[in-house]
Write a new protein. Structure first.
Length: 434
């Protein structure tokens, strides 16, 4: 059968198949999967469990019925896709996050790729955290800037030496005629750690006193869960006037789709003119806008505050239980080589549980009815394969207890297997000596 397929394949399919086979051989082949309906979600980015909120569902249906707008948007926002509904929503969201203006995009990916493709100019430099999202990379690749430099993850010291080097080597940066864009995320998706944003903003201001340093903050994972009413990290730190642009995406805590780039009115106008992922695409449909409106109303009314509080309690619970688990195994080398859990309580609901056998651990958890995913290079650096456990406001302490029990079970199985193999090897070695 396979031979028959191979005989009929087009030349391009032969190349594509080879590339896929290479991934398969490296165990990096990606696949679409679905999770059993009754499985417990320890994976999605639905941090506040809003996607299953019956109150939000009902509010969404009411909002849909309230407007005379058609279902589809009808075209690009620059042609027939715009509406006063979209403009009001955009203004209200910007005001909620205390920004002077905002521009809606169909997705966070479009917003990042659009911004980084068109805002940096040929003599400008983009400096980004090495863990920055793929959408920033795609934008930078399309941009006219020739210099893109990464700094070590969350290292203010490394960023400082890069900024100073840029200034030393480029008179236009020193003189303020060219610009440096610094791209960071508020919370990083794989480690769940926060950017040292205050220190980064202060550093950029100090090294580039001519105000030609611009910090751009991606708040995809912090939207809805950090700061009062979930306004995000920039608001929480009072840095609204110090960052150049912020991205809030709606696909995670808000249980919707789409994104907003918060910026000055001038930058907004520039993006409307130059950001291709905004210009050459059909704008968000009315139901998508209605869903965003309803979720933001929820946040504005403070209805998500108890959920965010409950989530914090769950984070502490999982952290404590993982610590207890590791204490149980003591400081055995075999356990340390098998698994490591965060040593400090995460500031977000994302836990990276490192193991060289992430697929085996993920499968064991999945077989126990928990949705967790293995994350391997190139998504994370070599040597930091893991399962990513993401908590949600809808999780219960009982579910957490059972998950930790399942991880415990896996550790004992692995250690038992290792011991059996070692004993087997011992017998072999003895036989060899005889
Ligand atoms: C940090 C970060 N930025 C941007 C995006 C893209 O956002 P969206 O899913 O709305 O395209 C994501 C999510 O996938 C993300 O995690």
């Amino acid at each position: 059968m396979r031979d028959e397929i191979l005989a009929h394949q087009l030349p391009i399919e032969k190349s594509l198949r080879q590339l896929l086979d290479r991934r398969r051989a490296q165990s990096t082949l990606r696949k679409l999967t679905t999770s059993p309906a009754q499985a417990v979600d320890f994976s999605s980015n639905d941090f506040l469990s809003l996607s299953t909120s019956s109150i939000l569902h009902a509010a969404f249906l009411r909002e849909l019925g309230n407007s005379k707008l058609g279902l589809g948007s009808g075209g690009s926002r620059l042609l027939d896709g715009n509406s006063s509904y979209a403009e009001d929503l955009e203004r209200d969201i910007a005001a909620f996050h205390r920004a002077p203006a905002g521009l809606l995009f169909n997705s966070g990916f479009d917003a990042n790729s659009g911004f980084f493709a068109c805002v940096p100019q040929p003599n400008d430099i983009v400096i980004y955290d090495e863990y920055i999202h793929a959408s920033v990379h795609d934008g930078m690749r399309l941009s006219r800037t020739r210099q893109r430099l990464s700094f070590a993850h969350n290292s203010v010291a490394d960023l400082k030496s890069l900024l100073e080097e840029c200034k030393r080597n480029n008179g236009q940066i020193e003189g303020g005629q060219s610009h440096v864009f610094v791209a960071v995320e508020a919370i990083y998706s794989m480690d769940g750690d926060l950017a040292p944003l205050k220190a980064i903003v202060e550093l950029v201001e100090t090294v580039l006193p001519r105000k030609n340093g611009y910090v751009i903050v991606d708040e995809a994972h912090s939207t809805g869960v950090i700061g009062q009413y979930g306004r995000g990290l920039v608001c929480e730190l009072g840095l609204e006037d110090k960052v150049f642009a912020r991205l809030h995406t709606f696909g995670k805590s808000l249980a919707c789709n789409g994104a907003i780039l918060l910026c000055s009115p001038l930058l907004r106008q520039y993006l409307i003119n130059y950001a291709r992922p905004l210009i050459y695409t059909t704008f968000l449909s009315y139901p998508a806008l209605a869903a965003i409106r309803v979720s933001y109303t929820f946040f504005q009314q403070g209805s998500t505050e108890p959920l965010a509080l409950h989530l914090k309690m769950l984070v502490r619970t999982l952290f404590n239980q993982l610590q207890t688990l590791m204490t149980k195994y003591g400081s055995q080398n075999a356990t340390a080589a098998l698994i490591s859990v965060p040593s400090k309580c995460p500031q977000s609901s994302i836990f990276a549980i490192l193991t060289p056998q992430p697929r085996s651990l993920a499968k064991h958890c999945q077989d126990g009815g928990f949705v967790v995913r293995a994350v391997v290079p190139p998504t994370v650096p070599v040597g930091s394969s893991r399962i990513r456990v993401c908590l949600h406001a809808g999780n219960t302490t009982e579910q957490i207890r059972k998950l930790v029990e399942r991880i415990d079970d896996w550790i004992s199985l692995q250690l038992g297997q290792q011991e059996a193999e070692n004993n087997g090897l011992g017998i072999w070695a003895e036989k060899a000596r005889l």
